[in-house]
Design a protein around this ligand. Structure first.
Ligand SMILES: *Cc1c(COP(=O)(O)O)cnc(C)c1O
Length: 374
C-alpha cells in the first residue's frame, strides 16, 4: 500500500465511518490510564454528553445525552427496546437497509411494529405517513433514518417531525450518519429520541454511541419495564445522568477521543462542516460524472456525505476495491438490494488533494482492468 503523498502510512477512508480523524483525536487515545469511577472520568461523561446535546441543537437543561459503549446499533437498540411500552406500537418508515434494521430490532424484542415500505432509493411519501398515522391510533412511536446511508438519501426530517408532532406521536431518529454534518435540530425538528455515534460525521473513534432526548421523556421511562439489561436506556440514564456515575465501564479512551472530536466539531460549527463535506462531495460527483459514471440518486435527494455510483467499464466491485486499496484508498460496497453500485463517502478529515489523488488512482485501476482492444 502506498498511502497518500507525504503520509505513507495514511489510508484514505472513503467508507461511511470509521473515518480519517484529526491528529488531536488520535492523540487523545493515548492519554493517561484512568479509572472510570474517579471524579475526573465521571466528569468527562458529563462534559461529552453536554457537547453532544449542543451539537443536537438542544439545551442542557431541557435535554440530556446518554452514552453507551458500543457501535451505533447499540444506541439504536437501546432506544427501540426501551421507549416503546408494552401495548405501544412502532411505525417504521423504511426506504433502505437501515430502515429495515429498525424493524429487525423491534422484531427481536417482540415489539409490535408496522412497516411503511417505500422501496430502496425511493423518497418517503409524507402523505402516506399522514394517512398511516390517521388510520392507526395505536401507533405510539414513529422511527425513521435521517440519512439512509445504504443509498445516500437524505430524508426530510423537518417536515416529518412536524407531521408526527401534529399527530401527537413520538419520533425516533437514526441520525447516526447525519449528526454533525447535516442540518438537524432536535427542538426545531421535534425529534424525541435522536441516536448518533462517535465515528461518522462527528469524526471520533468507533466504540461509543448515544441517545439525546428531552429529560422529561427520559424520566418517564422509569414506568416502562426493561427488555434488556445492558441496553436499558432508563437504567443507564439514571446512573449516568441523574447519579453522575456510569452504570457499566465505558470505553474511556474512546470517550477522550470523542471529547476532542466534539471540540473540533463545535469549533468548526455544523454549518461549516456541512459546507466542507459538500465541497468534497461535489469534487467526487464531478469526477465521476466527467468519467461518464452514473450516480444513483438525483441531486436534490442526496445527503452531503455519500455518493452511490454505478459500476462501469465491465469492472466488478472487487476489482475496483482491491485495485484502489493497493493505492491507499478504501471504497465501500453497497448493501444487498443495489448490486452493481459502489459507495464513496466523504466523512472525516479529507482534503481536496485526497479526492484528486483518489481519481488518479481510479484512472490507473480502470486502465489496468480495461479489456484490451482486439
Ligand atoms: C453506520 C450506521 C448505523 C450503525 O452501524 P454500526 O455498525 O452499528 O455503527 C446505523 N444506522 C445508520 C444510518 C448508519 O449509517
Amino acid at each position: 500500500m502506498t498511502g497518500t503523498p507525504g503520509r505513507p502510512d495514511r489510508v484514505v477512508l472513503l467508507n461511511p465511518g470509521p473515518v480519517n480523524v484529526h491528529d488531536r483525536v488520535r492523540a487523545a487515545l493515548a492519554g493517561p490510564d484512568e479509572c472510570h469511577r474517579e471524579p475526573e472520568t465521571q466528569a468527562l461523561l458529563g462534559t461529552v454528553a453536554g457537547k453532544i446535546t449542543e451539537v443536537c441543537g438542544a439545551d442542557r437543561d431541557s435535554h440530556a445525552a446518554v452514552l453507551l459503549t458500543g457501535s451505533g446499533t447499540a444506541a439504536l437498540e437501546a432506544v427501540v427496546s426501551s421507549v416503546v411500552p408494552a401495548g405501544g406500537r412502532l411505525l417504521v418508515l423504511d426506504n433502505g437497509h437501515y430502515g429495515e434494521r429498525l424493524l429487525r430490532i423491534a422484531d427481536v424484542h417482540g415489539i409490535d411494529s408496522v412497516r411503511l415500505e417505500f422501496g430502496w432509493a425511493t423518497p418517503l411519501d409524507l402523505d402516506a405517513v399522514d394517512r398511516a398515522l390517521a388510520a392507526d391510533p395505536g401507533v405510539t412511536h414513529v422511527a425513521v433514518v435521517h440519512h439512509e446511508t445504504s443509498t445516500g438519501m437524505l430524508n426530510p426530517l423537518r417536515e416529518l417531525g412536524a407531521l408526527v408532532d401534529r399527530h401527537g406521536r413520538s419520533l425516533i431518529v437514526d441520525a447516526i450518519s447525519s449528526l454533525g454534518a447535516e442540518d438537524l435540530d432536535v427542538v426545531r425538528d421535534r425529534v424525541d429520541w435522536c441516536v448518533g455515534t462517535a465515528n461518522k460525521c462527528l469524526e471520533g473513534m468507533p466504540g461509543i454511541s448515544f441517545v439525546c432526548a428531552p429529560r422529561e421523556r427520559l424520566d418517564a421511562l422509569a414506568d416502562v419495564p426493561a427488555r434488556t439489561f445492558y441496553f436499558d436506556l432508563s437504567a443507564n440514564y439514571r446512573a449516568q445522568v441523574l447519579k453522575g456515575s456510569p452504570q457499566f465501564t465505558p470505553a474511556v479512551q474512546v470517550l477522550r477521543a470523542l471529547d476532542a472530536a466534539l471540540d473540533l466539531t463545535l469549533a468548526e460549527g455544523v454549518p461549516a462542516r456541512t459546507a466542507r463535506y459538500a465541497a468534497r462531495a461535489a469534487e467526487i460527483r464531478a469526477g465521476l460524472e466527467e468519467r461518464g459514471i452514473d450516480l444513483l440518486l438525483p441531486a436534490d435527494q442526496r445527503a452531503g456525505s455519500i455518493t452511490n455510483a454505478h459500476l462501469a467499464n465491465g469492472m466488478t466491485y472487487d476489482e475496483l476495491h482491491d485495485g484502489l486499496k493497493e493505492h491507499g484508498y478504501v471504497i465501500y460496497a453497497t448493501q444487498e438490494k443495489s448490486a452493481g453500485v459502489f459507495r464513496l463517502a466523504n466523512m472525516g478529515q479529507l482534503t481536496a488533494s485526497d479526492i484528486a489523488g483518489f481519481f488518479r488512482a481510479f484512472d490507473e485501476v480502470v486502465a489496468r482492468c480495461a479489456p484490451s482492444p482486439s
